[in-house]
Design a protein around this ligand. Structure first.
Ligand SMILES: Nc1ncnc2c1ncn2[C@@H]1O[C@H](COP(=O)(O)OP(=O)(O)OP(=O)(O)O)[C@@H](O)[C@H]1O
Length: 978
């Protein structure tokens, strides 16, 4: 601290005083005495401000009230613990300091441990400062002053830092037997006014007088602060200092508050300056100078808690303000700020050199142990902790040569002598005219300057106020704009997200659409292929069907022909049989006498019939085999058709599988493309984020720039800028919103259309697949069903053919048995009738002429009938042959054989009939004509077997027509598409 008294004041001298010893030396002055400076190596050494912590004991009242203690001091560990509980949880806070003194610590131990070394530094030529800081009522004054002296003149136990330091200094100097001088100053800062507590007290009673006597701080232009008009008192022993101290302390403003009955309402600074003559170097005598400032700060206080009222409230406000400035200075020093706000209060201006300067500094932080003061205690502890980080560069004051000191002192004496002389001559205060004029001019100029400065100050204050208001409103606007910007950003982000989502969906939909189009085109292509294939198959099927139809037609015709042929045969048979019957009847009636011949003829005829039947059965078997062969062929044809259909269906299945595979590939592609789209969207998102960051940065820079301009151009430009900014932001926001809305609407429409298209396509596709599947299933099922029906039909046909064969065989047996029985009966009858014939022979001969005529007539009739019948048969055979040529080869051969068989029978019968007729004629009617004809019963049996065969054939026909109707037409799974 460079608290330097005004040099115009008179001071007592131990060693002759001069202005120089009281000024902090400047670098240029140091250069002159550099070679004498023993502390050169210490110059650049940084030393932290030393911070001690003292916790006072509980007062009597507090003990009586049993107040809770929340502070625990560990002097050994140098730690202070604040015991805190939060939500029933112990959350203690621990602070560490250079030294910690608990409630039981004594004044002496504090001094000996912490302050004594500092005083020694002072005696070594350093400037040092000790100041007490803490909440009101925590023992700052007690620590700094304590009890001064007792009646015996000794130091009492409660003596504080100041009396002990004073005693220490004198004792040390006396012990060294040194030439020295000790000067003290004592000032207080009350409501930002400095008062000299040692100034002669003309009228000390009123505050106004004291106000009048307030002294000001000035800078000497070299970085030192001068307290103009501060009384510097020389003291020669401890008691004098005590007297001075007591006098000054008595003047300090105190008040009764809730927390302290004698609360100091001002900051006090007690300074001791020591000049010591040192050992000589050659002829030169050196003087070293050290100074200690002992500062008792007013207590920081919570106004409501300390009970400060009315005038006291302003007092407390001022105290807190200067302490706040002290805190800001400490913070700025700790944070190495470029600007340290020393000038913001008188306290910090005075302590400038002690905080971050060349002075060694010690802070004693005082706290109360009670729970009710915990808030302030924590604040003090934080404050003190921060102060630990302040770094000073202590420098010993340079020693001065005695000659220089004397020269300065002599010139000062001369000046003072002149003043004394002038005063004597004028019987008043005299100063030389030149100096008076000069001082008056200076005074006038100073007053004018002060007025101007005051005006400037007022103006500046007003401006500052308006700027402050402007700044505040600007800040508010800025906050509003920031919040708007934030909201805008959020909405922009939301819109961007929505937009991105829509874009993503849009892209996905477009890709899906494209892929679907691709699938559809592929499907159309494959469908066309299938349709082509189906057409081919249809043509094949149609051909097959036509072939089958023609086959069926041929078979039908053949069957019809066979049918008609059989009918004709039957008719022929029946007509032949009836003719034969008539003939037999005629022969029976007309040739009863020729029974033996008839019997023989019957036997031979029976054999012939047997032969005929065997032949007929064989022929029937052959016909049946041919039918079986035809059926087998149909079976094969059907199996082939079924296989073809199965192959078609198989190919359809493979095509569907190919389509399914293509669809799978499409979905894979879709996935890949979606990934690509996602990546590109992420990139675009990053770009947007970058753009937003750049926009934000630009906006901030622009805002800062505009803010600066607004500060310079005051409200108008600011208003314009604000409106401009607002309009820009609102415009940008509106534009973004409009664009976003338009995009949203457009995208929503497109999305709707795409969704519809996608849904329709999906539906069509699924329907299409459903149809294909159902067609496939139906076709497969109906093909299998048809196959089964065909097989059943064919099986039934085979069975019926087998039955027919058995019936034919049965018929043959029956005819044989019948023939044998008939032959036996005829033989018996013939034997019986032989005798009767013999007796009737005579009668027969007589009537033979008549009978012969009748016989001839009948025979000719019969012959003509037979001829006609033969002719008919021949025609029919021809007809059958011509029709048989139209039928399949197997039927033709059957017909041929059948025709041949029939004609053979007819020829045989005709030949025999003619032969018998001729024999009979040549024998003169003696030989009886015997015509072997089948019996009525055997013919009926044959007819019935033929009917069974006919039934079987017609049944086969109906089955075939059923099969035709059930056989699936030439269809394709894509018939619907056609
Ligand atoms: N360590 C201590 N031992 C005994 N008493 C103490 C101690 N510290 C303070 N006291 C007593 O507490 C009271 C208040 O102390 P003091 O006036 O020194 O506080 P202060 O911090 O200077 O308060 P203010 O800031 O209001 O001036 C005094 O009565 C003082 O004697």
């Amino acid at each position: 601290m460079s608290v330097t008294p005004d040099q115009s004041k008179k001071v007592g001298v131990g060693v002759s005083p001069s202005p120089s010893p009281f000024l902090t030396p400047r670098p240029e002055r140091r250069r002159r005495t550099l070679e004498w400076n023993p502390n050169r190596q210490d110059k650049d050494k940084e030393v932290n401000v030393q911070v001690l912590l003292r916790c006072r004991p509980l007062s009597d009242d507090e003990q009586r009230l049993n107040v809770q203690k929340v502070i625990s001091c560990n002097e050994h560990k140098r730690e202070v613990t604040v015991l805190q509980s939060l939500n029933n949880k112990q959350v203690d806070r621990v602070f560490t300091f250079d030294r910690v003194f608990g409630p039981k610590s004594q004044q002496k131990s504090i001094y000996d441990q912490a302050i004594s070394p500092i005083v020694n530094e002072v005696l070594d030529g350093f400037n040092c400062t000790v100041f007490a800081y803490g909440q009101t009522g925590t023992g700052k004054t007690y620590t700094m002053e304590g009890g001064m002296r007792n009646k015996s003149g000794n130091l009492p136990a409660e003596a504080g830092v100041i009396p002990r330091a004073v005693r220490h200094i004198f004792e040390t100097l006396e012990a060294q037997n040194a030439d020295y001088s000790v000067k003290v100053t004592f000032l207080e800062i009350y409501n930002e006014e400095i008062t000299d507590l040692l100034a002669p007290d003309d009228n000390p009673r009123t505050a106004e007088d004291r106000q009048r006597k307030s002294i000001s701080l000035m800078e000497d232009g070299k970085g030192c602060v001068i307290v103009r008009g501060l009384e510097e008192e020389a003291v020669y022993n401890v008691n004098e200092i005590y007297t001075v101290l007591e006098r000054g302390s008595a003047k300090r403003r105190t008040a009764d508050t809730l927390l302290n009955k004698r609360s100091s309402r001002s900051h006090s600074v007690f300074s001791i300056t020591v000049h010591i003559k040192e050992a000589t170097v050659g002829d030169e005598e050196l003087i070293k100078c050290g100074k200690i400032n002992l500062v008792d700060l007013a207590g920081s206080e919570n106004i409501s808690r300390s009970g400060a009222r009315e005038g006291r409230a302003r007092e407390a406000g001022e105290i807190n303000k200067s302490l706040l400035t002290l805190g800001r200075v400490i913070n700025a020093l700790v944070e190495h700020s470029t600007h340290i706000p020393y000038r913001d209060s008188k306290l910090t201006r005075l302590l400038r050199d002690s905080l971050g300067g060349k002075t060694k500094t010690c802070i004693i932080a005082t706290i109360s142990p009670t729970a009710q003061c915990m808030e302030e205690t924590l604040s003090t502890l934080d404050y003190a902790c921060r102060a630990k980080n302040i770094k000073n560069k202590p420098e010993a004051n340079q020693k001065m040569s005695k000659a220089v000191l004397l020269r300065d002192l002599y010139s000062e004496i001369e000046r003072m002598k002149e003043e004394v002389r002038a005063a004597r001559e004028k019987n008043g205060v005299y100063i030389p005219r030149e100096r008076f004029v000069q001082e008056e001019a200076e005074k006038k100029a100073r007053i004018e300057k002060i007025e101007q400065l005051e005006n400037d100050l007022n103006l500046t204050e007003k401006q500052a106020e308006s700027f402050r208001e402007l700044y505040l409103s600007e800040q508010e606007q800025k906050l509003d704009l920031q919040s708007e910007l934030k909201a805008c950003k959020i909405s922009l982000e939301t819109s961007n997200k929505a937009l991105l989502d829509l874009q993503e969906k849009y892209q996905v939909a477009i890709t899906t659409l494209k892929e679907k189009e691709l699938i559809i085109s592929k499907m159309l292509f494959s469908e066309n292929l299938l349709i082509g294939r189906a057409k081919e198959l249809r043509t094949d099927l149609q051909n097959a069907s036509e072939e089958m139809n023609s086959l069926y037609e041929k078979l039908g015709k053949a069957a019809q022909v066979l049918d008609s042929k059989i009918k004709k045969i039957t008719e022929t048979y029946s007509s032949g049989v009836s003719a034969l019957k008539e003939l037999a009847n005629m022969l029976k009636t007309k040739a009863s006498s020729d029974l033996e011949q008839i019997n023989a003829k019957v036997l031979s005829q029976t054999v012939a019939v047997e032969k005929f039947l065997v032949t007929a059965v064989m022929e029937a078997n052959e016909v049946i085999q041919d039918i079986q062969y035809s059926l087998d062929e149909q079976k094969q044809l059907l199996a082939f058709s079924t296989r073809q259909q199965e192959e078609v269906l198989q190919r359809s299945l493979i095509s569907t599988q190919v389509i399914s595979k293509a669809t799978g590939n499409f979905f894979d592609d879709l996935h890949d493309r979606a990934c690509q789209v996602m990546r590109s969207l992420e990139e675009s998102q990053i770009q947007r984020v970058h753009q937003l960051v750049n926009f934000e940065k630009m906006f901030k820079e622009e805002a800062a720039k505009e803010e600066k301009q607004a500060m310079e151009k005051i409200a108008v430009i600011l208003a314009t800028l604000t409106s401009k900014k607002a309009s820009i932001v609102s415009k940008a926001s509106t534009n973004i919103q409009d664009t976003s809305k338009q995009d949203n609407t457009r995208l929503q429409k497109e999305m709707f259309v795409i969704q519809q298209v996608a849904t329709d396509a999906g539906k069509e596709l699924s329907e299409y697949f459903g149809k294909v599947e159902s067609n496939f299933m139906t076709d497969t099922f109906s093909a299998a069903e048809s196959h089964a029906i065909m097989e059943n039909c064919l099986q039934e046909c085979s069975e019926r053919v087998g039955n027919s064969r058995k019936q034919w065989e049965k018929a043959q047996l029956a005819i044989n048995t019948l023939n044998q029985n008939s032959v036996a009966k005829i033989e018996a009858t013939v034997k019986e009738n032989i005798s009767a014939n013999h007796s009737a022979h005579e009668e027969f001969v007589s009537t033979s002429s008549h009978v012969d005529a009748d016989f001839n007539a009948i025979a000719s009739d019969t012959l003509s009938c037979v001829n006609a019948s033969l002719m008919l048969d021949h025609e029919k055979t021809k007809e059958i042959d011509s029709m048989a040529t139209l039928c399949l080869d197997q039927l033709k051969s059957v017909q041929d054989k059948h025709g041949e068989g029939v004609s053979t029978i007819r020829n045989e019968a005709e030949k025999r009939l003619v032969k018998d007729y001729l024999v009979d004629k040549h024998s003169g009617g003696t030989k009886k004509r015997v015509i072997a004809v089948p019996t009525v019963e055997s013919i009926e049996e044959m007819r019935s077997s033929i009917e069974v065969t006919e039934d079987c054939i017609s049944d086969n026909k109906s089955k075939r027509s059923q099969m035709e109707s059930k056989t699936p037409g030439p269809r394709t799974p894509f018939a619907d598409v056609n």
